[in-house]
Design a protein around this ligand. Structure first.
Ligand SMILES: NC(=O)c1ccc[n+]([C@@H]2O[C@H](COP(=O)([O-])OP(=O)(O)OC[C@H]3O[C@@H](n4cnc5c(N)ncnc54)[C@H](OP(=O)(O)O)[C@@H]3O)[C@@H](O)[C@H]2O)c1
Length: 295
């Protein structure tokens, strides 16, 4: 009988590891908090006592998520509409957060865009848009929140990826954008450490059930041949990222800054490709049916 690989059990809730009230009186400002991974990160921080403001473009979805988060956690959640590419809108979002809660202690820079396209088919506009949302959006978020984080001696988490550790085909836009996010966090950590502000990066691997994973996974009958190999035997869960978030914002991580923490079950060391290689780069049209169309 062939040996069976270990499959890591699903994650536990952070409240079974960390005390309930470690973030009591704290306030989180999270871009991209209306959906997916960043919503789960926000929920976990709120479960430990924080209030939160979540930022995105689609107000209806954002408000519904804010209601979910408040009722799930018993703490307050403010939905603030802003496009992270627009510094003025972000400044207004920060002002509304301060008006409501009086402070900001934690910031998650999570807003991002993604789709699959090789350089030969990617427009300049497509490349620029992802850089504008992921990289410039992160910078704009830092600029708008930094005075408040200096005041609270707060902490940043930037949501990056592991794609750029290698040359991942069809991901030049996100690879360039996330490499810049990692670099920005390192500089922020060095410049703001003396002001009492920490900055770290969480780099998720393939996280099941998310929009990002849905976009990057191969579609169609052959899709199962291109699943990512995972040393811990399963795809990530949003709670895996949420638990790392609680740790990094907690006092247990007080001496950790300027770091990039992959939460990927070890996948970065075993990276497989979501599309057949090299066929996908030799004939992009042949794999069009395996790709979710761009929005
Ligand atoms: N899913 C994965 O497996 C995976 C792997 C590696 C890294 N990541 C990273 O994890 C983060 C969350 O990914 P996800 O898969 O959970 O995706 P998601 O649900 O699509 O989340 C992206 C969020 O960003 C917001 N957003 C996009 N453009 C924006 C803009 N211009 N201004 C303000 N908000 C904007 C979206 O809200 P609106 O549409 O309302 O604006 C949405 O809430 C991203 O940073 C992603 O790169 C994900």
């Amino acid at each position: 009988m062939p040996a069976q690989a270990h499959v890591e059990p699903p994650p536990v809730d952070s409240t079974s590891v960390f005390k309930d009230d470690i973030f009591k009186g704290k306030v989180l400002f999270c871009t991209g908090g209306g959906s997916g991974i960043c919503k789960a990160m926000t929920e976990a921080v709120m479960r430990h006592g924080a209030h939160a403001a979540i930022v995105g473009r689609k107000l209806d979805r954002l408000q519904a998520s804010a209601n979910d988060l408040a009722s799930a956690t018993g703490n307050q959640c403010l939905a603030v509409q802003a496009d992270v590419r627009n510094p003025k809108q972000l400044q207004e979002a920060v002002a509304k957060t301060i008006e409501k809660f009086g402070r900001i202690d934690f910031v998650i820079c999570g807003a991002a865009g993604n789709f699959l396209a090789p350089i030969s088919k990617l427009s300049e506009n497509g490349f620029r848009t992802v850089i504008e949302i992921d990289t410039i959006g992160t910078y704009n978020t830092i600029k708008a929140t930094l005075p408040h984080l200096r005041a609270s001696k707060g902490s940043y988490i930037h949501v990056s990826a592991t794609l750029h550790y290698k040359g991942t085909p069809y991901q030049v836009h996100v690879s360039a954008a996330k490499a810049a996010v990692d670099a920005t966090s390192a500089v922020l950590a060095v410049e703001e450490g003396p002001h009492g502000v920490r900055s770290n990066v969480i780099a998720p691997g393939p996280i099941a059930g998310t929009e990002g994973m849905d976009r990057l996974s191969a579609k169609g009958p052959d899709a199962k041949n291109f699943a990512w190999a995972t040393p811990l035997g399963r795809y990530g869960d949003v709670k895996d990222v949420a638990n790392a978030t609680v740790f990094l914002f907690s006092d247990a991580a007080r001496y950790i800054t300027g770091q990039v923490i992959p939460v990927d079950g070890g996948c970065e060391h075993l990276r497989t490709e979501p599309l057949p290689y090299p066929q996908s780069v030799l004939d992009p049209d042949a794999v069009a049916a395996m790709i979710k169309p761009r929005l």
